[in-house]
Design a protein around this ligand. Sequence first.
Ligand SMILES: [Zn+2]
Length: 111
Amino acid sequence: MPKQEKYSHRQVIEKLGSMCAVCKCRDIQILQVDHPLGNGNVERRMKGQQQAIYRRIMEGHHLRYRCLCASCNWRNRIKTDEGGRPARQVTEQSMSEFLSVVKLHLERLLN
Ligand SMILES: [Zn+2]
């Protein structure tokens, strides 16, 4: 069986638009994959799941994910912990931020 391709952090971040969905920071060194529409926290905790997530993103499921910088990512997690909720909610604002990143990404592809 052929070895499956391994994707790098940089490839995945570029696929997601190379920009923090919240503060628009473009420092690739601190950009991380976030999962605005579902159980990203659960996926992240599973060992060995990182490549599986990377592969899903690179193979066309990138609209379910977004980039966050380390700072915004931590802020989100802290909010979740303090509120005691199992997962961050998708708000109108977070969705429109996410869509604006997608839009930028598409514009870059078309230009
Ligand atoms: Zn940020």
